[in-house]
Every structure is written in C-alpha cells, then in structure tokens.
Design a protein around this ligand. Structure first.
Ligand code: PHE
Length: 328
C-alpha cells in the first residue's frame, strides 16, 4: 500500500510530499515504530526487525523511483530546450563574393593549379619599381600610357602589377613562376575605366633558352579557354617597354561570336590581355644573367564584365545592391 503511494507520484514535487508522508517525523513509518512500545517483551525483537526490513525495502523502492522520475524530468527539459541545427535559417542575410573577387579567384585557381606562386607588393610604389626597372626611364614617352597618380616625394600609386615582377626577381633567384594579383590605380574614368581596378600579373623565368614565345602562347590560349570556354584566341603584335616581342591577346567576341557588335566595335574581337618575352633591359635592372622569361598582365574587371555581360565597368564599384544581389 505504501509502495503504491510512491509509484503514484508523477513528479519530483509530488514525490517529495510522499517522502514526508512516509519517512517524515510524523510519517507512516514513524507511527509504525511508535507501536513498538506496546509490543510485549519477547516479541519486541522480531517486530523491530520486521519494521526495519520494511523500512529498508521502502527506502530502496523510493530511491529507485526517485532516480527514474529525475531522469524523466531531465529528458523532458532537454527536449523542450533542444535546438534543431538542421533547420533552415534566414538565408536572405547571406552575403556573397563580389563579382570582381570571384573572377580573381577563378583566375588565381588556374595558375595555382600550374604551380605558380602568389606574390605581393606595395600599392604605393617608387619610381624605380613602377617604371625605371621596367625599362621605362625618365622622360620615356611610354610613361604617358600610364595616367599616373603621383604622391609626395616621387612616390606613385602603382599603375600596374608589373613592379611585383621586379620585387620578386630582386628577392629570389631564378627559376621563377609567379602571379601577382592586386589593385592598381590610373587617372581614368569612363565606361571601361575606373581610377582603381585590379590586375593579375604573371612572370615565368628560366635558364637561357628555356622559356620562349611558344610556351607563352600555349599557356595564354589554354588559360583563355578555361575562362571563356570555346572561343578563338588571336595574338596581335603590340608594344610594352618591359617585353620584346610583345603581344596583345584577343578572343572572338563572346557577345556576337565574331559577327561584329557594339561591344567589340564591330571587329568581332575583344582584347583581353597583354604579354611578351621579358626585355633584356629588365633582367639587367635586377642583375639576372643568362635567363629567359615571359610576362603577362590582365585586368580583372574586364574579365568580370565579359563573363557576366556587365555593360559599364563603373557599375562594379557603385555598391548598388540590385547588381550585387544577382551574384549570390
Ligand atoms: N603592365 C601592363 C599593363 O598594365 C600589362 C603587361 C604585363 C604587359 C606584363 C606585358 C607583360 O598594361
């Protein structure tokens, strides 16, 4: 009967009341023990033993039931407070890479997979690294090509990533296989130019006769197919002070597939990068002897514009969420 009382409790709180009723000073067991004084002498011992056994038995049942209830209550609490981490949250707040950075990553992935190292240099450059060592002596007319921002004391905002070629060659011995991604600056602003944009520079230097134009041509073609898929690639003779011979590389227009449209100025071709065989004057400036090399440079925004068919380069930097949301 007393045992049933214990097992009828549905919570620890109820069980506590039962505990007092059974085991308390004025509880059921206490009143059983009170009867001991009326038991005649010879039977006292057996009676007391019976009471103790009974008490121990009840205590055991009580303790076990207490543990059971306690476990159930903890389980209930855990269930009530559980958080389902697999539930969908508010996905709208998730950001995304800016299309320029996404394009940059794609370009970097290509060259890293071919074991090119990534090099870095300062954005505020000196005349030596940005011009002089790249075969652009003072008063050289080609300096005009660069629309330079001048800082104090003859420093400039780097107009291209080519100074990183010089820094890397001054710090390392050949062979070299590097790219240098980063921001560059030019005094220019229209639908295809912004005063800050990004380039990826490339430089490969090996022993004399080891690096040639055929190597350059094949890697540039492969790279452009990786970026733009099934396009035609054409090398056009050009001029850069730091390469000789130099070429500009075009792909067949991805908008009109070569038929001629506004984007390609009805030529059917889009210019996408500059490259060439490193001029011996550049190797002289970094005191490299008996070497050969090629270099290339490209504008990341131009690639992003073409890949995503963005009509005005300035849109990439206006921070208009209507454009950016399309790149989630
Ligand atoms: N530095 C050149 C530019 O900014 C690009 C280039 C790099 C061309 C390396 C040839 C070789 O226009």
């Amino acid at each position: 009967m007393l045992e049933e009382k214990i097992k009828k409790s549905e919570s620890l709180e109820e069980l506590e009341k039962v505990r007092i009723e059974l085991f308390g000073k004025k509880g059921a067991l206490a009143s059983e023990f009170a009867k001991l004084k009326d038991v005649p002498g010879p039977e006292k011992k057996a009676f007391a033993e019976g009471l103790n056994r009974n008490k121990a038995n009840l205590q055991k049942i009580f303790d076990e039931y207490y543990e059971k209830l306690k476990k159930e209550e903890i389980d209930k609490l855990l269930q009530a407070e559980a958080i389902d981490v697999s539930l969908y949250g508010d996905l709208d707040t998730k950001g995304a890479l800016h299309p320029v950075m996404e394009t940059m990553d794609k370009i970097i992935d290509y060259f890293v997979s071919l074991n090119f190292a990534i090099e870095d240099g300062p954005k505020i450059e000196d005349d030596f690294h940005n011009f002089e060592a790249l075969n652009l002596p003072k008063n050289h007319p080609a300096r005009e090509m660069q629309d330079t921002f001048f800082c104090k004391d003859g420093a400039v905002l780097r107009t291209h990533t080519s100074p990183v070629q010089i820094r890397t060659m001054l710090q390392q011995k050949p062979p070299i296989r590097m790219i240098a991604p980063g921001a560059v600056f030019r005094k220019d602003y229209d639908i295809t130019h912004t005063p800050m944009f990004h380039q990826v520079e490339g430089l490969v230097v090996g022993g004399k006769g080891e690096v040639n134009f055929a190597n350059l041509k094949s890697i540039m073609s492969d790279f452009l197919h990786y970026m733009f898929g099934d396009v035609e690639v054409r090398f056009r003779p050009s001029f850069f002070p730091f390469t000789e011979p130099s070429a500009e590389v075009d792909i067949s227009c991805i908008f009109c597939e070569g038929d001629g449209c506004r984007v390609c100025s009805h030529t059917g071709w889009l210019e996408v990068l500059g490259c060439g065989i490193v001029d011996s004057n550049v190797f002289d400036a970094v005191e490299y002897k008996d070497v050969s090399g090629y270099a290339f440079g490209l504008g990341v925004e131009r690639f992003a514009m073409l890949l995503h068919k963005i009509p005005d380069l300035r849109m990439l930097f206006e921070g208009d969420t209507r454009l950016l949301e399309q790149f989630r």
